[in-house]
Structures are given as structure tokens and as C-alpha cells.
Design a protein around this ligand. Sequence first.
Ligand code: HEC
Ligand code: HEC
Length: 509
Amino acid sequence: MLIGAGGMLAAGNDPAMDPLLSKAVYDQHCAACHGSNGDGNGPAAVWLYPKPRDFSAGQFKIKSTPGQALPTDEDLLRSISRGLPGSSMPGFAYLTESDLRDLVQYVKHLTAYTDNSGRQINRFEEAAASGVRVQSVVVPPEPAATVQVLAQGREVYQRMQCNLCHGESGAGDGPQVPTLRDYAGLPAPPRDFNTGLFRGGHTGADLYQRIHNGLPGTPMIPYGSEVMTSEERWALVHYVRSLRRTDVAVSDLLMPEDGRIRVQRVARLITDPMDRAWEQFDPVRVPLNPLWPEPQQVYAVAVTAVTDGRKLALLLHWRDELPQHTAIRVQDFQDAAAVQFSMTGEYGFIGMGDAQHPVNLWHWKAGAQAELAGRGEPAMEDAYPSLRVDGWIPASFNTAADAGNVTALPHKSPIEDANARGFGSFRPQPPAQQNVLGNGVWHDGNWNVVFIRDLKSKDKDDVKFTETQPVPIAFAIWNGEQGDRNGRKMVSNWFQLQFDPAKSRATKR
Ligand code: HEC
Ligand code: HEC
């Protein structure tokens, strides 16, 4: 039996792991970005930067192995399961372990290239056949980050000229930046250490390996034992971490461990985004990844969900220094937020579902709301935003809406109820089916947007909420100020909206 990189079984040599069996999983979750043949040119790729990896190039950034060696299976498993934070590569921790392991084999299978004689060569099998045994780099124990260690780290940072690319303060703005290109000839911006966001994870051991092994296919070369001692490398790791600005959140740290957003029971539904009653609940901080480099990136959206047993209210709260809600060019560049629900209870493709897994989308737009508030002309408050934007909660909210009289709510809500069955297939529901209400308030550098719907809906295109079955949910935020629109946005991975299971179980017994 052949031993692959890192001592793992090479693809195709274990009959239990026929890579072709995982094609369906790959086609469902990965192909829209990476392409069904793995060339990185799926239909969604035009919206994305950095570009999805072209697997046939055999270049992997995140690995525990040295130099140009291919990653181990565990490296790939980790990248697929947790994603590459700060890029559009989502985490797939919600897939089963066996699906994830199959995907690893399938990605390896897609690294095949055609040699001169027209044969398909799998790079992992080739490496294994040539007898190269590659081991993960051993990371020595982490020393404490003392003042001396940080001073040493700073000295190594200067001596190794990390600053030429990453900048003096680590903001990723060094003088060499304009010249940096990746393996495909595209601009390769260095990591901005101020954000504390790292593609390969933010722990000390992660960063140690990134510095030791480099990021193949990018200008980030390995800094192995030829150029520095392990002590110096650890000092660098601590120094790099010290460059994180505390006002910027690290997405990994905010992830709730079980990926669940629990719907809290309330006696009276909270409908006003600014109601202090929201504060009694801890919001779930949902990390967001930009699909394109965002100078004003929103790192997370805080989500709180409540129900009074009849309606669901979701509060989305995110940082946005400058609100864009003018009614001029409503279609363009406005702040917006969307909530996406899987209609089947299963995780479909994260980017608007897929043919087998349609999604229900609730799309709030600041410009639409401003227009509803009767501002055909940009008012003073729009040019110089006042603290409060009074949006639209119908005065009749508890009467007409409660009576289930949806036609009493013709598309007046700033929230559009829509469906999609795959990337780019957004379809608003007809006016009579619009039944999501809500309102957004910008206050003190933050948007607070509430989405409200009856728990029950007879509409076949609406997501169904039950107390027993959690609903897969995901989020997107557009920042109009930096030109976000359509596919240019920041997106989350899948989470689960969970109605209190303890209570429903108790009532069943
Ligand atoms: C929304 C688009 C998108 C989807 C969906 C997606 N990827 Fe990616 N993936 C990316 C991007 C973009 C990168 C490159 C990120 C970078 O270079 O920093 C990437 C990188 C990777 C890498 C390379 C990691 C490394 O070490 O360089 C692997 C492996 C990978 N993806 C596997 C998958 C698999 C398997 C799936 C499906 C389960 C998947 N991706 C789904 C966008 C996507
Ligand atoms: C020639 C330019 C250049 C130099 C010099 C350089 N880097 Fe980088 N570095 C990059 C680029 C570009 C990236 C981002 C690669 C990518 O993901 O496309 C990067 C990424 C990184 C990352 C991010 C890893 C992750 O998981 O996201 C770390 C950490 C890092 N560099 C540390 C260093 C340190 C420490 C030094 C000095 C010893 C250094 N770099 C020198 C260009 C450089």
C-alpha cells in the first residue's frame, strides 16, 4: 500500500474511499466556486476575490508540511471543515465526518494533471509513488509572550523584512505590496495582522506553521530552519499576534461552538430594533467573510432571536460607521442585510441553495426603507444621517397582520420575501405572499434591523418553523459605502435556528 504525504493513505488506493463516490457532495457544496472539474472557475467565481483554488495547480496554502510538499489529509480536512477565514471559502463543519473525509479524497483526485503522453496524473499519488515521505512540521512548545519575547519578535520582523510586505504596523501596507502576485498572476495582498484574521487559524501553533512552511502559490515564502531558530519563530508569532487591534474582532473566537442560535421565549414580542428588552439576551456573534476584499469589512453580525409563540423576531446588529440609505440610486450601493433559511432542513449550497435544497430569503434594504418612509428626495438627514432613521412598522401590526390578512400588507415592508434554488436564482415572491415585516434603525455607528414573521405560514414558498426541528440559517450584509451590491457582500456560514428543545420535549412528555 502506498503511503501519501504525511503518512496518510494516498487517494485511490483505499477501495473504501473511491473519490468518485463523493462527486455528488462536491458538486452540491463546492462546484459553484471551484468548478465541477476543480479548475477554480465555477459560476460563482466571477464574484469572488481571492479566486477559488484551482486544484489542478496542486498549490495549497494551509498545510503542516514543509516547503512545496503537498498537505496531509488532516490539513485538507481542517481547511474544508473550518474554511479559510477572511476569504469566501466557507467552513463545512456541518457536513458529516465521512462526507468531509470523502471530500478530502475528491479534492486530491482533482489535483490530477495531464502529462505529455496524455495520462492523468494525480499529484498525491505521484508524490507517494516517488517514495517521498513528508511529515508534518513539529511545533515546539509555546513559550510565554514576555516583554523580552515581543522585543525579540520585533527585531526578527525587521531583520527578516516582513515589514516590506506586511507593513511597519502589520496593516498589510508595506512598500512591496503593489508588486505582489500569486501563482496565477493575480494581486496577492499580504495579510493585515491588525485584524487578527488568518486563513489557517489564529492559534500560536497555526501561525508557527504558516511562517515555517510559507503559503505556497503566494509571495509568502517559508521561513524554515535555514533562516531562523524555532525560538525566533515563536518570538515572531507572538509579535504578529500583538499587532492585532482590539477594536477588530477575530471571527474564530466569536463562533458559538455548536453553531446554534437559540430562539428565546418572550411574553411580549420585541418589534422595535432599539427596544432595551433585546439587551436581556446574549446575541450570537456570527462571523462574516468578504467575497471580495473589503476596506470597511464587517467582521461579524450579532443575532438575537425571540418568539412569543406566534411570531418570530430576529434582530441583526452590525457595525457600520456611515449608513447608506438614501433613496437616490436605490438599486445601487445601499446598506442591506439578508437572512437565508434552508427550506428542506438540510444544508444545501451556502450561496443561495441548490436545485434539491431551495432557500427562503428575507432581504432588508435601507434604501427601500427610506423610500417607504416617504423620502423620494434625499432629505437633510440622508446626506447627514440623523441618529435615528424611522422606518416602517405598520401601525396595524397587531391587527391586520395578526389576523393573517397578508393582502393588508402589500409590498410595503422594507423586507422582501424571496426564494432561490442556487446561485443567482433570486426570485421575489408575489405581493400577496409578502409576509415578512420589519424595520432598521441606524444608531451610533450601528445598524439594528428586525425581521418579523408569523411562526406558521401556509405559503409553500415560506420556511416552516417547528419546535422540534432546527432550521439551517445564514446571513449576508452589504455595505453600500464601499460599493457592495448584488454578489459583493459579506456572508456567514450555515448556523442553526433552534427553538427551545427542552421546553418542547417537556410538553411532549
Ligand atoms: C463560496 C465559494 C467557495 C465554496 C462554496 C467553496 N470554496 Fe473552497 N475556496 C474558496 C476560495 C475563494 C478559496 C481560496 C481562499 C484563499 O486563497 O485564501 C478556497 C480554497 C479551498 C482550498 C484550499 C486550501 C488551501 O490550503 O489552500 C480547499 C482544499 C478548498 N477550498 C476546498 C473546498 C471544498 C472541498 C468545498 C466544498 C465542500 C469548497 N472548497 C467550497 C471558495 C469556495
Ligand atoms: C514578499 C512579501 C512578504 C514577506 C516578505 C512576508 N510575507 Fe507574510 N504574507 C505575504 C502574503 C502575500 C501573504 C498572504 C498570502 C495569501 O493568502 O494570498 C502573507 C501571509 C502571511 C501570514 C498569514 C497566514 C494565514 O494563515 O493567513 C502570516 C502569519 C505571515 N504572512 C507572516 C509573515 C512573517 C512573520 C514574515 C517575515 C518573517 C512575512 N510574513 C514575510 C507576503 C509576505
